[in-house]
Design a protein around this ligand. Structure first.
Ligand code: NAD
Ligand code: G6P
Ligand code: MN
Length: 446
């Protein structure tokens, strides 16, 4: 078996330890020669790089681990890039969320004005990163988690239309699947979850048992309506996440047609969602005080003790499923070994949803193999879903065009179209505030 070289771009991310655990868990099926952690911030990178070296020394001794801020060193002769960068960091996420809330609308990482603001920051870095990767490794698979994945996917498709080895992914569908599996008392791998939508904007249409072919959709809906809905993964158990999962029950009781993604609450229940958000303590604050502090404290302790035994990555992620880390590793493994695992990922629509924009980047159930994602056809969607998706896709497309064309007008149109905003005057006020907080992170809009 050929041994692979992989690079984690945004290696300083607090999600890296979960990915390291995923790589250890799959080392027999997905054997690595070299792991490179790349980041543009030496401070985060050094801590995470040292943790990776300690952890792999003990759990994956054959693996060479390096960390670097040099792109050539990071991207030369690699087979996979796992990308998870955050332009502007969590500090800018905090500003995004608080700015929106100050204007009385949803303040969220990827949805509404927060997602717009973040998208306009991410595009430039993402394009640059892909170009650099292609300079040194033209055939590497580029698996991207970087948010807002919806906007990043549209932008990358526009800039690199012929690059078939870029795949944008989101861990929320697998998080939903884990929650369904627990409710049905099954393993998540026993389930096939049919899904359609845009990223953070979609619906589960059917949940099937892989072995028996039995349809569990109705049972699941009844269970959620009766008992509520709760996260499984440890990263999704903070108070604000529980509120988010709760919204699934509310939406389902109103409309039992499909099982909604948690993120739909921001668009379908904006008033309810807004009431749960605190303009002085947003999710970014929760993450900085929680996951970020914990993970870097664990890195420092591991470095001091020259042992990773006390880290969550070793204590929990190595023994249990880690939705985020395992997903990207399993997708890579499935591509490498052509194992055709089922995953819900983001792909170009073409004709998957037959009555929807061909160039949209949609999120659907796929099999992952050596040629990438093979999507299941969705067919025709009905008026309500089509209308919602069309409005949201128009927002995504205009946001990306605003970036490429430096267009203030398109940015304004995008925000006006977003269901969390709607009012044109409000959209303008928000846009002006976002321009102010983003400074040179954004292209200059004229
Ligand atoms: P984070 O800020 O803690 O980590 C991001 C890392 O990327 C930092 O170490 C930072 O220094 C680095 N970075 C920023 N810009 C860079 C650039 N241009 N080049 C190289 N490195 C750069 O953020 P996080 O909370 O760990 O999340 C990381 C990313 O993963 C975010 O984009 C987040 O939205 C995304 N994410 C996506 C999903 C999904 O479902 N798609 C799930 C979880 C996280
Ligand atoms: C889920 C979503 C991601 C998002 C993350 C936010 O995993 O799928 O797209 O980035 O939640 O998590 P956080 O803990 O940073 O709020
Ligand atoms: Mn996501």
């Amino acid at each position: 078996m050929k041994k692979l070289n992989i690079c984690i771009a945004g290696g300083g991310s607090t999600y890296t330890p979960g990915i390291l655990a995923g790589l250890i868990k799959t080392k027999n099926k997905f054997p690595l020669k070299k792991l490179i952690l790349y980041d543009n911030d030496e401070k985060w990178l050094e801590k995470m790089g040292k943790l990776a070296q300690i952890m792999m020394r003990d759990y994956y001794p054959s693996l060479e681990v390096i960390y670097t801020v040099e792109r050539e060193k990071a991207f030369r002769e690699i087979d996979f890039v796992f990308c998870q960068i955050r332009t502007g960091g969590l500090k800018m996420r905090e500003k995004d969320e608080k700015t929106a809330l100050r204007h009385g609308v949803i303040g969220q990482e990827t949805c509404g004005p927060g997602g717009f603001s973040y998208g306009m920051r991410s595009i430039k870095d993402m394009i640059e990163l892909v170009k650099e990767v292609r300079k040194y490794s033209k055939d590497a698979w580029f698996l991207n988690y970087t948010n807002p994945a919806a906007i990043v996917a549209v932008a990358l498709e526009k800039e690199f239309p012929n690059d078939k080895r870029i795949l944008n992914i989101c861990d929320q569908p697998i998080n939903l699947q884990l929650a369904y599996a627990r409710m049905l008392d099954k393993d998540y791998q026993d389930l096939i979850v049919h899904y359609f939508g845009l990223n953070h904007f979609g619906w589960v249409t059917k949940v099937i048992d892989k072995k028996t072919n039995k349809d569990y959709t109705k049972k699941l809906k009844d269970l959620i309506k009766e008992k509520g809905f709760a996260p499984v993964d440890k990263e999704q158990r903070d108070p604000s996440c529980l509120v988010t999962y709760n919204a699934v029950q509310v939406m389902l009781k109103h409309d039992p047609t499909y099982l909604p993604n948690t993120y739909l609450q921001y668009y379908l229940l904006p008033k309810r969602s807004l009431a749960t958000l605190d303009p002085n303590w947003t999710r970014a604050n929760e993450v900085m005080a929680g996951r970020e502090r914990r993970v870097f404290a664990e890195c420092e302790e591991a470095i001091k003790n020259d042992s990773a035994e006390n880290t969550t990555a070793v204590k929990i992620d190595l023994n249990k499923k880690n939705a985020h880390g395992d997903m990207i590793v399993e997708i890579a493994e499935s591509i490498y070994n052509d194992t055709n695992k089922y995953y819900i990922v983001i792909v170009k629509n073409d004709n998957i949803i037959s009555n929807f924009e061909k160039d949209a980047m949609v999120e659907v159930l796929c099999k992952l193999g050596k040629d990438g994602a093979k999507p299941y056809k969705v067919g025709k969607i009905s008026t309500y879903y089509k209308a919602l998706m069309q409005q949201q896709y128009a927002y995504e497309k205009l946001a990306v065009e605003a970036y490429f064309e430096n267009s203030y007008l398109k940015a304004l149109q995008a925000l006006t179209l977003n269901r969390t905003v709607v009012d044109q005057e409000l959209a303008k006020k928000i846009l002006d505030s976002l321009i102010e907080i983003n400074g040179s992170y954004w292209p200059e809009l004229k």
